[in-house]
Design a protein around this ligand. Structure first.
Ligand code: AMP
Ligand code: MG
Length: 354
């Protein structure tokens, strides 16, 4: 996943950008169907690269093409930089080093890693433990993402002490992270992409972009508007009908993130087992098919979608209604769509063919 891969550049004009999280872990960003004329004052450049185990798309709008290109390049470079700090597939990353020292010592990590883990703990608190960045050993027991399989209950029982979040020590003053038990692992798979999208947006703005979209799999962050002054338009993937949209939503200076049971899963004896685990039972959370969260920042949208997915529509929606600037649309296990109060007037639900 580290190999620098294809870097596609295309220049976009005024167009409808419909984007949505894809199936089976693949990103699905639907490029504009037609590329219309560019506004002379606003050029949009779109680039993509394999980053964080998926195809990341960055779109930068700027007064001229050179600035747009530079901003898009800076956005991709920022995602790569964060991947090197956060990926547990990279042995030298902050998190890999912390994991290697689990049960032995705290390790010094970057400010970015400390910030991300601090927000992760805050989201864990708000979701009453449903969001858990030390769930890694359980995800591994289920073999996600590479070799998914049903684990033995005995194995899950031995793992339980390793997913105890109270044993993760994030010391902002000392700048260290310490996993108190050997075998524990911190893994930001449920929140890191949203965080990276926020940071990429910041560097793109600093590079002169006046608008932009960063899409890392189902985690999307936007700033500004399209060249024609319209807001960016997003489609939410239907959790059961591949390639169909559940609804459409306009965004401005917001992030959107979707957690779904259709992204990584296997079916055994008619039961769907997916990659979002309930930290209490250590089995896939069963209340939702998908949860899409809209928030100001990607890190919140991404962390909350995973946590709320585990909490389920009732407790999850109650939390969304309590949090300022957070909205959500959920599809429960029966396929019913639940929309938060602040999103009702904004979300356009679409007819889906049976
Ligand atoms: P997302 O697509 O944002 O919902 O993230 C899914 C990923 O988060 C999974 O592939 C796991 O690596 C990780 N994960 C699974 N269950 C949890 C959980 N309860 N809390 C935090 N992260 C989780
Ligand atoms: Mg998430």
């Amino acid at each position: 996943m580290n190999a620098p891969a294809r870097d596609v550049t295309l220049t976009l004009g005024m167009a409808l950008a419909v984007m949505f999280g894809g199936c089976h872990g693949e990103p699905a960003v639907v490029p504009p169907a037609s590329v219309a004329v560019q506004s002379p004052q606003h050029v949009m450049v779109k680039r993509s690269q394999m980053l964080m185990g998926t195809l990341a798309f960055v779109t930068a709008g700027a007064p001229n093409e050179q600035i747009a290109q530079e901003a898009a390049g800076a956005g991709l470079a920022e995602i790569r930089r964060l991947e090197e700090l956060l990926s547990t597939w990279i042995p030298t990353s902050d998190l890999s080093r912390a994991n290697a020292e689990a049960g032995r010592a705290g390790v010094a990590v970057s400010v970015e890693t400390l910030d991300l883990l601090t927000v992760s703990l805050e989201i864990a608190r708000l979701t009453e433990g449903a969001f858990n960045v030390v769930i890694g050993p359980a995800v591994e027991a289920w073999g996600f993402p590479e070799h998914p399989r049903l684990p033995q209950q005995a194995r899950l029982n031995t793992i339980r002490p390793l997913v105890d979040l109270s044993q993760l020590e994030v010391n902002e003053e000392a700048g260290t992270v310490y996993l108190r038990r050997e075998g524990m692992r911190v893994d930001v798979g449920g929140i890191g992409k949203g965080f990276a999208a926020d940071m990429a947006a910041d560097v793109m703005r600093q590079a002169g972009a006046t608008s932009g979209v960063i899409a890392i799999s189902g985690d999307i962050k936007t700033f500004g508007r399209m060249p024609d002054g319209e807001r960016f338009l997003f489609g939410i993937q239907h959790p059961r009908v591949e390639g169909e949209l559940l609804g459409r939503l306009e965004l401005e200076d917001e992030a959107v993130s979707t957690a779904g049971d259709y992204q990584r899963y296997f079916v055994q004896d008619g039961v769907r087992y997916h990659h979002i685990l309930d930290p209490v039972t250590l089995v896939p959370a069963r209340f939702c098919q998908s949860v899409t969260v809209v928030a100001k920042d990607g890190v919140w949208a991404d962390g909350l979608d995973t946590g709320i997915f585990v909490m389920g529509p009732e407790r999850g929606m109650a939390l969304v209604e309590r949090l300022p600037d957070v909205e959500a649309v959920m599809v429960d296990q029966a396929g019913r769509v639940v929309v938060s109060s602040g999103l009702k007037s904004r979300l356009v639900l679409l007819e889906v063919p049976e």
